[in-house]
Design a protein around this ligand. Structure first.
Ligand code: GLN
Length: 475
């Protein structure tokens, strides 16, 4: 069986026509994982037995004509999303033995369709990082070149897809963690609008920024997963009842009516590799040749976005990670008293970057510094959001590179945290503003994929899908 060309859409056809069973399909993927995971380290755990049981159930459903698009489809889940009775590490030693006692809402929704969960994928500890090098369980390698990173923090999910170890995956995106690894591995990933997918059962990193989102090999497949996992959830009060399903759904696009904004601050950014820029501009030109209107736009507060993000994310993350104190959850270090327990537990079981974020966050939230840092960053966040509101009065979507470079070498940026942060320059703005963003492949440089990022207004996911599909099918 050629798994390379297989998509969720095609697998669904094969399943419903009885050409293959979900048990056979699942076995193929389990074999693939078995032979490739040692080298790539994309999966932290594989739930082979359980996967085959759900595949069997899916087959019955398909036979009885009760199947939906995702029934029997093998997916991978990032290891910061809870799957009941399975270990959920969040890439951290501190949760190495933590077994989830309930399902995340997204998992409940996938289970309803009898999706097959193959296992849990690697990530940077607590979704902090840009390369999956911060995982306590080893780096995930890029299937296009194993000396390079798969990106982060959903690097395991992206690598699993690129190496045909699953048909679709879930990731989380706080500042680019779905889009950047999707770009680096040549797959498609969506950061949904804040509030369109429930965060219930996702281990929190930066709560006002985090979103769970789908990753797959095609835009259509990403859209299929999104349809299933999105929507209001009483268990997450930040989910919006009137999400895109109820708003203007875009069924067809007329490309001659499409206005694409090209933000000069992104294309003139200092660290942007010239070949990446050229490759993305080629996609822009292609849209122009198809009749779309291209407009140079300005998002003037972009230059402050990394600074604002790297105040807000650590602040929220320091609050979220306070619960891992060695008492209520996870590992506990040998210590002589309470304070010693706190120090030793965090010191021994959390990685260097996670400790750095907790310290920065605690500092910027402390009295005397709160106004100077945290509150300033929140004001900047509002300005960034306003930039997007104004620009979306004028254009339908915004095109940018997903990242300033292609996948970098393992170890290349680990010594300098600021250099690592700079990898997020084009992705953090969407999280700060809450808008949706899709990353899809637009070419290769020296055999390494380049990501095109398409940003859309709040709850405009269906527009992003149509624009992405148009490009994927016709280019
Ligand atoms: N690289 C960013 C960070 O380290 C974003 C991570 C993410 O999206 N989870 O915070």
């Amino acid at each position: 069986m050629n798994l390379k060309d297989l998509t969720i859409e095609k697998a669904n056809e094969l399943l419903t026509n009885g050409k293959i069973s979900s048990v056979e399909l699942t076995s193929h993927y389990l074999k693939e994982i078995d032979s490739k995971n040692k080298e790539l380290n994309a999966f932290l755990s594989v739930h082979a037995e359980k996967a085959l049981v759900s595949a069997k159930e899916a087959d019955t459903k398909i036979k009885n004509d009760q199947a939906s698009y995702l029934t029997g489809i093998p997916l991978a889940v990032k290891d910061n999303i809870l799957v009941k009775d399975e270990i959920c590490t969040a890439g951290s030693k501190i949760l190495e033995n933590y077994k989830a006692s309930y399902n995340a809402t997204v998992i409940e929704r996938l289970n309803r369709e009898n999706v097959v969960v193959l296992g849990k994928t690697n990530l940077d500890e607590f979704a902090i990082g840009s390369s999956t090098e911060n995982s306590a369980f080893g780096v995930t390698k890029n299937p296009h070149d194993v000396s390079r990173v798969a990106g982060g923090t959903s690097g395991g999910s992206a690598a699993a897809l690129a190496a045909d170890m699953c048909l679709g995956a879930l990731g989380t995106d706080t500042g680019g963690s779905i889009r950047q690894p999707s770009g680096f591995c040549g797959v498609v990933g969506l950061k949904p609008t804040y509030g369109s997918v429930s965060r219930f059962g996702a281990i929190a990193s930066g709560s006002s920024l985090d979103q769970i989102g789908p990753m797959a090999k095609t835009v259509k497949d990403v859209a299929l997963i999104y349809e299933t996992i999105s929507g209001h959830d009483p268990l997450d009060s930040t989910t919006v009842p009137n999400n895109s399903k109820l708003l203007d759904r875009v069924e067809e696009i007329n490309i001659a009516d499409l206005k694409i904004g090209i933000p000069k601050e992104y294309f003139e950014a200092k660290g942007l590799n010239s070949e990446v820029k050229e490759t993305v501009m080629k996609a822009v030109k292609w849209f122009e040749s198809q009749g779309a209107t291209i407009k140079e736009i300005s998002l003037p507060n972009t230059e402050y976005s990394l600074a604002a993000y790297y105040i807000i994310q650590p602040a929220e993350c320091s609050a979220n990670l306070a619960r891992y104190d060695g008492i209520r959850y996870g590992m506990r270090a040998e210590a002589k008293d309470l304070i010693d327990t706190y120090f030793k537990t965090k010191g021994q079981f959390l990685g260097a970057e996670t400790q750095r974020r907790i310290m920065i966050g605690t500092y910027t939230l402390s009295s005397g510094y709160y106004d100077a840092y945290y509150s300033q960053a929140q004001k900047v966040r509002t300005l960034i959001k306003k930039d997007f509101m104004e620009v979306f009065e004028d254009v339908d979507v915004i095109f940018t590179p997903t990242s300033p470079t292609t996948a970098f070498k393992i170890g290349e940026k680990t010594a300098d945290p600021l250099e690592m942060y700079a990898a997020d320059i084009f992705t953090v703005t969407a999280n700060l503003a809450g808008v949706c963003g899709l990353s899809l492949n637009c070419g290769k440089i020296n055999n390494l994929p380049v990501g095109l990022q398409i940003l859309g207004p709040w709850f405009a996911e269906s527009l992003l899908f149509k624009v992405g599909e148009f490009y994927e099918q016709l280019r």
